[in-house]
Write a protein that binds this ligand. Structure first.
Ligand code: ADP
Ligand code: MG
Length: 453
């Protein structure tokens, strides 16, 4: 094995081990062998019965390792017996032609609106984002090919916009004439409305339907646009691009299924390619992100300060970045060169107090405020009794927890007496619909919300 092959294989083992339980890892992975990597193809020797498992579970691992070590999209072939191994060792794999994007001639250039700051090489990988990262790299290197559409979803500040831009920047690096466009959904809607008003839909159509790569951010905002024809226009754009084999990447704060007011046919299409979530970074990843970002600052950050900060913000990378900015202001003001834990704590105090409530409100506090309002105990909210006012309090509390905190649906369910996530989602949707029709309920809930703040 060459040195790179060895590194590549070690990385595959390492990533698989971190993804799988120990027993699964030992059974499915440990006795596999890398035969070779050539022409962007890895040949891996396996028990035939384990092939499906590798196909289903380890492709992203191989992709990630491939990009890390060979800076390329590595395909994989499996071989199962010595004869095949010998054959593989003696012949070279046929080379896989690199896909290039033929751009339509005679079109005005597109303004990509990409943010050049957001790249793959300054995105820190960790447990919560590594699959999204691997898939995004693959998409960027094979637009319209491997995962189309590619749908990334996750909470605020977890790097969706960053990854979306990184895809576009990479496509353009590989092929400077590719027609790439980044656009927020809000902006798409605004453009749509403007062009309608100017009776100039044709130019909008021409711009969007001739793209090679459409990167559309925060698609959840399209859900509110059911009346305006924007969904219709987006649908047509989507279909035109998809049929032409052009890449579409979307981000959202929730899964396609949870995009309640979106037309069914759009939701269905979002699932045609790959849907991948990003979850909040674990402690180690937060430390790694901080260690990367502090390099931009002219201060010394001792390890205990970094750990302290990583412990303070646990669900939003934007908050971590904001904390560093606050710290730099205070350090500059105080003329210090080393950021002690005390200085860090002082600098972020305000942020912890009036930052988004997302990270700070305990579920217990919401339950207790809702309980107080409806004359129900927290215990009753968590229990199973179905008296009318208890049910209402329980559902309102779940609704507010979903709205005011960053907790996942399963976590919320767990905190409400071990209910499952679909119960929480049901409660959330139910209250949301009720509020839309019932002003007095809306006012009640706003009152409770203010008590919690
Ligand atoms: P989202 O679109 O999911 O709300 P963003 O992509 O805007 O989040 O990310 C918020 C900020 O955090 C950006 O400045 C982004 O560069 C940074 N960020 C998020 N995740 C990472 C990461 N894993 N490594 C480095 N920076 C990150
Ligand atoms: Mg974003």
């Amino acid at each position: 094995m060459t040195e790179n092959e060895q590194i590549f294989w070690n990385r595959i083992l390492e990533l698989s081990q971190s993804q799988l339980t120990q027993a699964t890892y030992e059974f499915f992975v440990l006795d596999a062998r890398l035969i070779k990597v050539d022409n962007q193809t890895a040949t891996i020797y396996l028990d035939k019965m384990k092939e499906l498992f590798w196909e289903k579970n380890l492709k992203p691992v191989i992709l990630t390792a491939g990009f890390e070590v060979f800076n390329a999209e590595i395909a994989v072939v499996y071989v199962f017996d010595d004869e095949q191994v010998a054959a593989a060792e003696s012949i070279e794999n046929p080379s896989i032609p690199n896909q290039t994007i033929p751009s339509a001639p005679n079109l005005p250039p597109v303004n990509s609106d990409l943010n050049p700051k957001y790249r793959f090489d300054n995105f820190i990988q960790g447990k919560g984002n590594q699959w999204a990262f691997a898939a995004a790299l693959a998409v960027a290197n094979d637009p319209g090919g491997i995962y189309n559409p590619f749908f990334i979803w996750g909470g605020p500040g977890l790097g969706k916009t960053h990854i979306l831009n990184a895809i576009g920047n990479t496509v353009l690096e590989n092929n400077p004439t590719a027609r790439v466009k980044y656009i927020t959904t809000e902006n798409f809607i605004n453009q749509f409305i403007t062009h309608i008003r100017l009776k100039d839909m044709d130019s909008l159509k021409e711009e969007f339907r001739n793209l090679d790569v459409l990167l559309i951010d925060d698609i959840q905002f399209l859900a509110k646009q059911s009346m305006s024809g924007t969904q219709e226009e987006f649908f047509n754009t989507f279909d035109a691009l998809y049929k032409a084999g052009k890449q579409i990447v979307l981000t959202s704060d929730r899964t396609p299924d949870q995009l309640n007011d979106l037309e069914k046919r759009l939701v269905t299409r979002f699932g045609w390619g790959l849907i991948q979530d990003i979850t909040p970074p674990d402690f180690e990843t937060r430390v790694a992100i901080l260690e990367d970002k502090i390099q931009e600052y002219p201060y010394v950050f001792p390890a205990d300060t970094v750990s302290y900060l990583a412990g303070q913000f646990n669900s939003n990378v934007r908050e971590l970045e904001g904390a560093l900015k606050d710290i730099s202001l205070v350090a500059n003001f105080k003329q210090v060169g080393t950021i002690t834990v005390d200085i860090a704590a002082e600098a972020i105090r305000a942020r912890k107090q009036d930052g988004p409530k997302m990270t700070v409100i305990p579920i217990e506090e919401i339950q207790s405020q809702v309980g107080k309002f409806y004359g129900v105990t927290v215990k009753e909210i968590k229990a199973t009794k179905r008296t009318q006012n208890i049910v209402l309090a329980r559902q309102v509390a779940m609704f507010l927890t979903r709205e005011m905190t960053d907790n996942s649906l399963p976590k919320i369910g767990k905190e409400f007496g071990g209910r499952d996530h679909s119960t929480v989602l049901h409660a959330y949707n139910k209250i949301k619909n009720m509020i839309a029709q019932d002003d007095s309920l809306r006012i009640e809930i706003d009152t409770i919300r203010n008590n919690i703040k």
